[in-house]
Design a binder for this molecule. Structure first.
Ligand SMILES: Cc1ncc(COP(=O)(O)O)c(C=O)c1O
Length: 392
């Protein structure tokens, strides 16, 4: 028995593997077995594990200053902000720094309420915005929500991809509409082409803020820096995290100047937001993303993977869908067995809900690794199909 089993809170479903090392698209376990990592720590290691620019920046900063509270200016934070400014979503001019995706969402919730002086929110069916109490209020799955009721008042859920339903739910007390430009945890759902533009029009029409949660879809994952750029609309507020720090915890809530100005000093702050090590890692991650042509690779390898997975030809696959390197394989049964078979075959994949196999490979995935992923997933699906048919 390990301390992870006996001492750590038992709140994660564990895979039977201890990971000890990572490099690029690969990770290794404590027995020396190699895996192609299509989970990337649930989307974090988007630049690949231990990207040399990120590691170097962390090492350099680690011997200079480990912590610096937001009440002091800091050179690493300044550098990080100058990089984030380069990739800030169009229409946003200010950013608040924190450490996790849920914290970025909490910031957006408080900002929306403070700016509009309204309390209600519209979220979407199958949305995932995190598990802190505020973020959980906007998260769809009842298995996550029910044990912790009551959550925030005034949250309504509209079917994802149906803008007119959102219009119908907005009332005089609605502060903001929260939406993932591509749903991640909810099943890798890419919305209809006009959905975000229609939401923008509805929100403008009704005087409601539009918040994009790009914690999972952002930072090059879908073949653009931000997934919403595929759809040609701007948010009022955008939440980012996961890949932003190249592996270290950092989150950013971008907002329009007038919206961010509604938060007065002391009304929203934290201890670790803008931490120098996280900031150094983030600055290097932005450099790597922009200089290494990685965003283009997301499109290329994403198309290759999608075509390969579509070619599996199993009657158990309902649909293969996605954008860039955010890919889902919707199965006719639960995916637990396939995930374990892939692990056995040396490929780490994720679930998204019960029936969707989720692939979030890194932008540094090469063609040979992409081929190996398709082959391993294909074998796992076909073996599982044979097992299911045999059991009937
Ligand atoms: C779209 C989205 N928003 C928010 C979160 C919450 O992020 P964190 O787990 O860092 O709190 C996630 C995490 O998966 C996410 O996918």
């Amino acid at each position: 028995m390990t301390f992870e089993e006996t001492f750590l809170a038992d709140t994660f479903w564990k895979r039977p593997v201890t990971l000890v090392k990572g490099k690029g698209a690969k990770v290794w376990d404590s027995n020396g077995k190699e895996y192609i990592d299509c989970s990337c720590g649930y989307g974090v290691a988007l630049l690949g594990h231990c990207h040399p620019k990120v590691v170097e920046a962390i090492n350099r900063q680690a011997s200079r200053l480990l912590t610096c509270h937001g009440s002091f200016y800091n050179d690493a934070r300044e550098e990080c902000l100058s990089k984030l400014h380069r990739i800030r979503p169009d229409g946003t001019d200010r950013v608040f720094l924190s450490s996790t995706g849920a914290e970025a969402v909490e910031t957006a919730i408080k900002l929306s309420r403070k700016f509009t002086r309204k309390k209600g929110f519209i979220s979407t069916v199958n949305a995932y915005h995190g598990k802190t109490t505020g973020a959980l209020s906007l998260t769809w799955a009842s298995k996550y929500r029910e044990p912790f009721m009551p959550l925030l008042d005034g949250v309504k859920f509209a079917p994802y991809g149906k803008s007119e339903k959102v219009r119908g739910l907005i009332d005089a007390d609605t502060a903001a509409v929260f939406v993932e430009p591509v749903q991640g945890e909810g099943g890798i759902n890419v919305p209809p082409r006009d959905y975000l533009r229609e939401l923008r029009e509805i929100c403008d029409d009704k005087g409601v803020l539009l918040v994009f949660d790009e914690v999972q879809s952002g930072f090059g994952r879908t073949g653009r820096i931000w997934a919403h750029q595929h759809f040609g609309v701007n948010p009022d507020i955008l939440c980012a995290s996961k890949a932003l720090g190249g592996g270290l915890p950092i989150a950013a809530t971008f907002a329009r100047e007038d919206i961010m100005a509604s938060l007065k000093r002391g009304e929203h702050s934290n201890t670790f937001g803008g931490n120098p090590i996280a900031c150094a890692a983030c600055a290097a991650a932005v450099d790597a993303l922009l200089e290494d042509g990685l965003v283009e690779n997301a499109r290329e390898q994403g198309e290759f993977l999608m075509r390969g997975l579509e070619g599996i030809g199993s009657s158990m696959i309902r649909e293969v869908r996605g954008l860039g390197l955010m890919i889902g394989v919707d199965m006719r049964f639960e995916t637990g067995g396939i995930i374990l078979r892939c692990l056995d075959g040396g490929v780490i994949v994720l679930e998204a809900g019960k029936t969707v196999l989720r692939l979030l490979p890194p932008l540094v995935l090469c063609r040979d690794d992409a081929k190996a992923v398709v082959e391993t997933v294909s074998n796992a699906v076909l073996e599982e199909e044979r097992k299911k048919k045999g059991a009937r």
